[in-house]
Design a protein around this ligand. Structure first.
Ligand SMILES: [Fe+2]
Ligand SMILES: [Fe+2]
Length: 188
């Protein structure tokens, strides 16, 4: 297979994986022992679990979004021989801001969630876990280029990529569902 086809195939697999809601429901990530050994303490943490009550995009919870970002960043880090443990942990904690961002502006007057939530996530993560410098930087810089300072480490760029990829896929998946629903309703 040529390089271009390999890349296309990788993209296709990635899209399929992100859209596969069963992957999360069946907790497939637990079946990867290396991944799970890196993040077990985070999964067992109450603050992390509480992200299940907040919606990130479409019908995806913030917890589910963080798991997908973390696992994608971890797999990419393994592939590129980078620090997969810190990529996995930073990815899992990158959106630990712990509020519903859809109603946040109305409730608090803060209209700049996109810019301020990395710092809120870092503050919460530091309360719960002993973080490495790389993990702190991954969380704090994950909104680049919306926030002007880029990540300091390669693992941070993997989380930036995984975050944008998963976020976009979540929105598209929701559109797809809505279009399918509209089509079905028309058929009735
Ligand atoms: Fe974020
Ligand atoms: Fe995110």
């Amino acid at each position: 297979m040529g390089k271009r086809n390999q890349y296309r195939e990788m993209k296709r697999q990635l899209r399929e994986w992100v859209e596969d809601e069963e992957w999360l429901i069946k907790e497939e990530y637990i079946k990867d022992p290396l991944y799970y050994s890196c993040v077990k303490d985070i999964f067992e943490n109450k603050a992390f679990q509480s992200m299940n009550q907040f919606i990130q995009h479409g019908s995806t919870t913030t917890r589910a979004h963080c798991i997908q970002v973390s696992y994608l960043a971890y797999r990419l880090a393994l592939r590129f021989n980078l620090n997969f443990r810190e990529a996995a942990r930073g990815g899992l904690l990158h959106d630990l801001f712990l509020y519903d961002w859809h109603t946040h502006a109305k409730e608090t007057g803060n209209r700049f969630h996109g810019f301020t939530h990395p710092r809120a996530a870092l503050k919460n993560a530091e309360k719960e876990f002993q973080l490495t410098d790389r993990e702190k930087n991954i969380i704090l810089r994950h909104m680049w280029p919306l926030t002007p300072i880029p990540p300091q480490y390669a693992e941070g760029f993997l989380v930036v990529y995984a975050d944008k990829y998963c976020g976009t896929a979540e929105v598209f998946l929701e559109w797809k569902k809505k279009l399918a629903m509209r089509f079905l309703v028309r058929q009735v």
